[in-house]
Ligand binder design. Structure first.
Ligand SMILES: [Fe+2]
Ligand SMILES: [Fe+2]
Length: 292
């Protein structure tokens, strides 16, 4: 499905949700429930439409053909590039440069917004590094990976609140009798630390930071869960949360606006900000050299 088609199907869905005739003759409780459902669905559709701009010309085949699987005991992102690489070198280098530039701009915009609000230094560092996994992981990977959607637990039933849920219907995991159950490999309120999430730049950076940085748990949660929209914005997977996750959820929600709304046109001067942020990195990465 191409982006035009995705846009059309999202728009059709919006029209359906906005059909107000369904509100007639409902009692108060049902009416409120229906409104809640519709608000959630509209928010989800809004995110879907927003994310279309991140789907480049290749992504459409990636999204539909590659789905998450735990076949090898691990999680794979559903957006893995599988297509012809050879003839695309030049295009990729240009794409890479654009990506690097936009990722660094976004890193500085996020970190600066957090810094301007006088948040703690570890919080500022999270703003700076939360998306760096996009560059580092892709640099090291065999194919070029892209990120067009949410992260989500694997090994249990997919929530309908995952942005491209419809693509999962044909997924290996969706057909696995264990993985398609509500809890799958997990148990009620087992805690998200014990849940395997789909692989992507969030998870990559989280593991790196956990091993090599001295960030507090709140900072690690912000990195790990920042694309876990079904959870932090749609209220899904509550049944896997433990007490710690309730606190972490608040932190991730506090981080989200900086991630979303710092994507402005403001371009910071990297050279000017470099000394400040190099010192910040050194403060939380005590080994000074980061192993990727
Ligand atoms: Fe991200
Ligand atoms: Fe981000």
């Amino acid at each position: 499905m191409g982006t035009d088609e995705l846009l059309r199907s999202s728009a059709a869905r919006v029209s359906k949700v906005l059909d107000t005739s369904k509100y007639q003759n409902l009692d108060k409780a049902k009416l409120l429930e229906k409104i809640d459902d519709d608000i959630q669905e509209l928010n989800l559709l809004k995110r879907k439409i927003r994310q279309l701009e991140h789907i480049d010309e290749k992504a459409e085949s990636e999204v539909s053909s590659e789905s998450p699987t735990t076949e090898n005991g691990g999680a794979e992102a559903h957006t893995a590039e599988t297509s012809e690489r050879a003839g695309e070198e030049k295009k990729e280098i240009a794409h890479w440069k654009d990506r690097t530039k936009s990722t660094i701009d976004h890193a500085l915009q996020t970190a600066e917004a957090i810094r301007k609000d006088n948040k703690p230094r570890w919080f500022q560092l999270v703003g700076l590094i939360h998306d760096l996994g996009k560059l580092l992981y892709f640099f090291d990977s065999q194919g070029q990976w892209d990120v067009v959607g949410d992260t989500f637990p694997v090994g249990c039933k997919f929530s309908k609140k995952i942005i491209y849920y419809d693509y999962f219907k044909e997924n290996v995991d969706a057909k696995n009798p264990l993985y398609r159950t509500k809890y799958g490999l997990y148990s009620p309120h087992c805690g998200l630390d014990n849940v395997m999430l789909s692989w992507g730049h969030d998870e990559y950076m989280y593991h790196l930071a956990k091993e090599q940085a001295t960030l507090p748990p709140e900072g690690l949660a912000m990195i790990r869960y920042h694309s876990f929209y079904p959870w932090h914005s749609e209220g899904a997977y509550k049944y896997l949360m433990n007490e710690k996750d309730k606190e972490m959820l608040e932190c991730v929600q506090a981080f989200n606006p900086y991630d979303l709304y710092s994507k402005t046109d403001v371009r910071y001067d990297i050279e000017e900000l470099k000394p400040y942020y190099l010192e910040l990195i050194d403060e939380f990465f005590p080994n000074k050299i980061v192993q990727f």
